[in-house]
Design a binder for this molecule. Structure first.
Ligand SMILES: Nc1nc2c(ncn2[C@@H]2O[C@H](COP(=O)(O)OP(=O)(O)OP(=O)(O)O)[C@@H](O)[C@H]2O)c(=O)[nH]1
Length: 369
């Protein structure tokens, strides 16, 4: 093959390989680079062809890809994380010139004794390496070894390997950017999840807030209407909380609100139960797949849970401790019913039951249906 024809067919090979690399999915990139170095190894009649990557500060290098001519020794496994101190002359040369070309390993200068020993170990007679540079950063290098015989590297060899180096460097850079993108995306997703949780959570008590309640009641009504099962809505209000605040102070009032929320939350542990702070000293509970008897038992358990907290309330006209009143409404939603208006109706029914409980002396719960 004459020089010109060789150049044309090499350029064609490079162009095909680079199209493959450009179109490769990130997961296929590794394999694609393997194919590239195999093609170059074969084309240039080398005995070994490889890619090394540096760490961020160019203190270590690792052999990431290797092609070896049939019958020759592979070295990728013993060339992992090689420190600068192990091959100082090589690091210095490649950093300074982005090239490392040795026609005859026998003629290496005295200061390259560590490199000479390493090349002898690998039986290398001639070697050529070209830096992988992307965005003015040296990422690593691609190289070829001659083991069979010495070789006088020609300017065409340097040019060929330079083209391959450009291609691999751009691919690695693209892969790094992609990995960075994925990492940023993961962080964003995590931040989003945390934000979502915060958006649905009441800041003081840590239980669900009104926004989360709106979402939950809508879903539960739709589910109950599909399964034709009753759904209970309870409105829970702390009794005589204004005198409590006035007497014990707002901070202690906050503490009492938290304790009441915790105690009620512990009572509603089934995954069909849901408790939210509705606003101020008012809470709301949704109990799905229930019936009148079970709902009454839930109401009683909620009243008892707050009573057993035994939070002193000297100003209460109801009891010597902080108590709650509950109004509930139980209903089997119908697929024909409009969810929005059903929610309003359930709230208004539960509210009037609560009003009756308050009027009848508080510290009790009533259920309408
Ligand atoms: N400490 C504290 N108090 C709150 C908070 N939200 C609402 N409140 C208080 O809750 C009290 C509610 O008082 P009212 O609506 O008059 O009712 P009440 O005194 O509980 O009387 P009844 O409900 O009729 O038994 C008000 O004093 C509000 O300031 C809060 O986040 N922290």
């Amino acid at each position: 093959m004459d020089v010109k024809a060789g150049q044309v067919s090499f350029d064609q090979l490079i162009s095909e390989l680079s199209t493959r690399l450009i179109n490769s999915e990130p997961a296929e990139t590794y394999e694609c680079i393997e194919e590239v170095i195999a093609a170059i190894g074969n084309y240039t009649d080398a005995d070994r062809c490889y890619v090394f990557e540096f760490d961020d500060n160019i203190q270590h290098m690792t052999n990431t890809h290797e092609w070896v001519r049939n019958g020759y020794q592979a070295h990728i496994d013993d060339l992992q994380s090689i420190a600068l101190e192990e091959l100082p002359w090589f690091f210095k040369e490649i950093k300074a010139h982005h090239k490392f070309i040795v026609n005859n390993v026998e003629q290496l200068p005295a200061e390259a004794s560590a490199e000479k020993a390493e090349f002898d170990r690998e039986e290398i007679k001639s070697v050529i390496c070209v830096g992988l540079v992307a965005n003015q950063r040296l990422l690593g290098f691609v190289g070829c070894d001659m083991v069979r015989k010495k070789r006088e590297w020609q300017s065409a060899d340097i040019r060929h390997l330079g083209l391959v180096a450009d291609m691999v460097a751009n691919t690695l850079e693209r892969q790094r950017t992609y990995a960075e993108l994925i990492r940023t995306q993961r962080e964003l997703e995590k931040a989003n999840r945390m934000l979502q949780a915060q958006v649905a959570q009441d800041g003081l008590t840590g239980i669900a807030n009104r926004r989360a309640f709106d979402e939950r009641i809508t879903n539960e009504i739709q589910r109950a209407s599909r399964h034709n099962t009753p759904l209970a809505l309870l409105i829970i209000d702390i009794d005589q909380f204004k005198p409590y605040n006035d007497h014990y102070g707002h901070l202690q009032g906050d503490q009492a609100l938290k304790s009441v929320a915790d105690a009620m939350f512990d009572q509603l542990q089934r995954n069909t139960d849901f408790l939210a702070r509705y606003g101020g000293e008012e809470f709301v509970a949704v109990i799905s797949a229930t019936d009148e008897q079970k709902t009454k038992e839930s109401i009683q358990r909620l009243l008892d849970s707050v009573r057993t907290l035994n939070i002193a309330h000297d100003e209460s006209e109801v009891a010597p401790y902080l108590s709650i009143s509950i109004g509930g409404y139980i209903h089997t939603p119908d697929a024909e019913e409009d969810t929005e208006s059903l929610i309003s109706r359930m709230i208004s029914k539960a509210d009037s039951a609560l009003y009756r409980a308050k009027s009848d002396g508080r510290n009790r719960g009533y259920l309408d249906n």
